[in-house]
Design a protein around this ligand. Structure first.
Ligand code: TXA
Ligand code: MG
Length: 348
């Protein structure tokens, strides 16, 4: 298939391009588009066949449900059977934005979208291109991240191009995504709201509005509620180790690992904070990628997937990543680093 990559204005998306995207979507095809978190691979959420294509193109396991994106509340109402007071509060405070709400679905939502679950995950993105595309299509859009299954999520049009070229008719490219990690997935079906996947809206932000909020992780629940959480994700080709602890000790450990790697003729890449970069630079890794300041988790979040993808592009064999504190977006960042490394974390 011939893939067209159209550059679209991030703030004032060109109407002709939105229209082109919506025509493909309405005819049952897939379109990749930017959101404020990561790029999505969209299909009409009401078209079961189109949604099946998403699984096929990504190589995604059939039991991993899709998030449905809406541009207004009326559209969401058609998908959700029953809204809880917690869900209402979330809509008021965090929509449009990087928060996905899990709620009971209506019969309108095809089973393929929810992987047979009784709940649907709904989100109103804040990116003008995403909102414009959904509005122009007049349909809710099911969209997972627009990467091949298992790979780091795409945070730029170039990432999508690399993964989706030849597989879909259109990529709307609006450059880099702002948030850089995916939305928070929150179960608000009743009882204490539970984070199924940490993301762009932090637990602290949710607690301010909702009171008690739980974190549902693989470690405290063998049967994950967000089915996607059980798969290996974001995995770069190289062997990856995440190092957490006192800065000097982490730098020292990384220095040792760089030497060990080089002795085995391996290419070693380092993903680190701005604060550690000068010290690690002198240890001569083959790639040094600065994620951002440890005091600005938003910066680290927005660069994370770019760093992971760069390691693959440069053929890095061993990836050493510096962990960051869990507050704010730190929880989402550590979650992605854990998964990318296959849970290889060294506490130093
Ligand atoms: O920021 C985002 O959420 C991006 C952009 C494109 O919106 N989308 C995204 O989709 O990250 P995806 O498919 O890569 O991840 C969706 C996550 C998975 O962990 C999936 O299992 C969970 O949401 N999920 C989807 N539907 C669900 C449902 N009905 N119940 C529980 N978890 C669900
Ligand atoms: Mg994904």
């Amino acid at each position: 298939m011939l893939t067209k990559r159209s550059y679209i204005d991030r703030i004032h998306p060109e109407v002709e391009l939105l229209r082109e995207g919506s025509e493909w979507l309405r005819s049952g095809e897939l379109v990749a588009f930017p959101t404020e978190t990561v790029y999505g691979l969209g299909a009409s959420a009401l078209d079961a066949l189109a949604c099946e294509k998403i699984f096929w193109v990504k190589g995604r396991p059939q039991d991993n449900p899709l998030i449905v994106h809406v541009s207004n509340r009326a559209m969401a109402n058609k998908l959700v059977e029953r809204w809880t007071p917690e869900a209402e509060l979330c809509v008021q405070h965090f929509w449009p934005g990087p928060l996905t709400l899990v709620l009971p679905k209506t019969a309108l939502v095809p089973d393929v979208v929810t992987a047979g679950l009784a709940n649907v995950a709904v989100r109103m993105p804040s990116h003008p291109v995403a909102l414009g595309l959904i509005e122009e299509t007049g349909l809710p859009i099911a969209a997972p991240s627009a990467n091949l299954s298992g790979k780091p999520s795409p945070t730029s049009g170039s990432h999508v191009w690399r993964d989706m070229k030849g597989k879909i008719p259109l990529i709307l490219d609006a450059g880099a995504c702002q948030v850089g990690v995916e939305s928070t997935v929150l179960d608000v079906t009743g009882g204490v709201p539970t984070i199924l996947r940490p993301g762009g809206i932090s637990k602290e932000m949710l607690e301010e509005i909702l009171g008690e909020v739980r974190m549902n992780t693989l470690t405290d629940n063998r049967v994950p509620k967000a089915p996607g959480m059980k798969y290996r994700h974001y995995a770069p080709q190289g062997d990856m180790i995440v190092m957490v602890g006192l800065q000097e000790r982490v730098i020292q450990r990384m220095g040792q690992e760089i030497q060990k790697g080089h002795a085995r003729l391996k290419k070693v890449g380092v993903l680190c904070t701005l604060e550690s970069a000068p010290f690690l630079h002198s240890r001569l890794p083959d790639l040094l990628f600065v994620l951002g300041s440890k005091h600005r988790s938003e910066e680290v979040a927005s660069n994370l997937f770019e760093g992971l993808r760069l390691c693959d592009e440069r053929g890095v064999d061993i990836i050493l990543a510096e962990g960051i504190e869990e507050g704010g977006l730190g929880a989402a960042i550590m979650n992605r680093l854990q998964k990318a490394s296959g849970h290889r974390i060294e506490y130093i």
